[in-house]
Design a protein around this ligand. Structure first.
Ligand code: GLV
Ligand code: MN
Ligand code: MN
Length: 415
């Protein structure tokens, strides 16, 4: 392996992150790059050009991910990358940072010459965030055969466009979801910003993810009845918002009573949303996370019990639709060790860390060995325009990723 200077890597990372930052639907107000949009197409074409220039064989996969492949002696594949999409008014690093670090690791691999024993792919996955269709972790699930064409018809964006139709309009075939799962994948490696304050506070440069939290998401609709707010007595009204408020108020305390668990209602709509009409319909999302499956399920069970109790008390109705159920996933211990050993050799301060954010690595990690390399986030900020990480730290993460890849390809890190 040639010795690479941080300076060269920093330049490439900065250039690519700045280019991707401009590919947004909300210029000047953070990065908004939803799946199957013009911004997504622009970023995909840009990344394809960068991959082609470094000698990778490029394709858009059936889920809309961009993939650059270096053919090895064997077709089995080590995949590395992160996601191309963003949240609404997000930052320039969540997802994109992991893609550009994987590009650098691939560039170093190509420049080292020779054919690797396993094939290597760089991937920019599609719709990891789930911001448009309230789903998430899309490409991994699509690739591993966990979505059906019917699922894609059921999931809609705020304008009522289904994933199925959005894919067709984008030039992809949603029926490909029924194709056999990819069986060639041997490992998945992802660099990502931490998105929290821990590494920076401890003055660390790298985190080796131990476990990615499990996530269970649902959309709840409470049905009430629109009536006059002044004339309908309290014990006769059917107030959908008061019901929702009573249910939601208990979720935070339930999460606080469990170790490493969180609960969030991030989206809520009220109808008719008029000052002097009793709310007739409230829809909200709930996102439960935890490092233990049982804690997530206990939170979900608590939600169902509260819905039963409060709708009975308030004379309202409810329906609930589960949007995502991803179990907590441990990253492969051998790969975690290899990351920490690389950091020790290179003199980078590092430790293991739990990921409270969801990542594609959890979908892949449930099936094949997976590893994540975290870099500090300034002030712990993320999912906002202020999100930032140092390009020097990202360059370090690219070198650690290159080491990890080498350890795998040369059989030092057991899969
Ligand atoms: C993705 O960033 C998530 O954790 O929701
Ligand atoms: Mn992310
Ligand atoms: Mn995110």
């Amino acid at each position: 392996m040639r010795q690479e200077t941080i300076g060269n890597i920093v330049g490439n990372i900065r250039r690519r992150l700045e280019a991707l930052r401009e590919m947004t639907a909300t210029p000047g107000e953070g990065v908004t790059r939803f799946p199957f949009t013009e911004e997504a197409r622009q970023a995909s074409e840009y990344l394809m050009g960068e991959m082609r220039a470094m000698g990778l064989a490029v394709r858009l996969d059936p889920s809309g991910s961009v993939i650059g492949r270096l053919e090895g002696e064997r077709p089995e594949t080590v995949m590395m990358g992160s996601h191309l999409d963003s949240v609404l008014h997000g930052g320039a690093y969540d997802g994109a940072a992991g893609v550009v670090c994987a590009l650098e690791a691939a560039r170093m691999l190509v420049e080292d010459g020779g054919q690797p024993c396993l094939s290597v792919e760089v991937i920019a996955t599609n719709d990891e965030e789930g911001s448009r269709f309230r789903t998430g972790l899309f490409s991994g699930k699509f690739m591993l055969g966990q979505l059906s064409p019917d699922d894609l018809k059921r999931q809609h964006d705020a304008d009522g466009v289904s994933v199925y139709d959005a894919m067709r309009q984008y030039g992809l075939d949603p029926e490909a979801a029924a194709s056999p799962a990819r069986e060639d994948l041997r490992a998945f490696l992802e660099v990502h910003i931490e998105q929290g304050p821990v590494l920076e506070a401890e003055e660390l440069q790298i985190g080796a993810v131990s476990t990615i939290v499990g996530i269970r998401r649902a959309r709840v609709v409470i049905g009430g009845r629109a009536d006059h707010v002044g004339t309908m007595p309290m014990d006769m009204r059917q107030d959908a918002l008061e019901t929702a408020a009573r249910v939601i108020a208990g979720l935070g305390d339930a999460a606080r009573s469990l170790p490493n668990a969180v609960a969030t209602v991030g989206n809520l709509t009220v109808e008719p949303n008029i000052m002097n009409i009793i709310p007739s319909r409230v829809a909200f999302t709930v996102d439960f996370r935890g490092v233990r499956r049982a804690d997530i399920d206990a939170q979900y069970g608590g939600l169902l019990a509260a819905l039963e109790r409060e709708t009975a008390l308030m004379r309202t109705r409810y329906s609930i639709e589960e949007l995502l159920d991803a179990a907590p996933v441990d990253m492969r211990p051998e790969l975690r060790q290899a990351i920490l050993a690389s950091c020790a050799r290179r003199g980078y301060a590092a430790r293991e860390i739990v990921s409270g954010a969801g990542h594609d690595a959890q979908v892949f990690g449930a099936r094949i060995p997976a590893a994540m390399i975290f870099v500090p986030s300034k002030g712990g900020r993320s999912h906002c325009p202020e999100e930032e990480s140092s390009v020097e730290d990202l360059a370090r993460a690219s070198l650690v990723l290159r080491d990890l890849l080498n350890d795998i390809l040369e059989g030092r890190a057991a899969l």
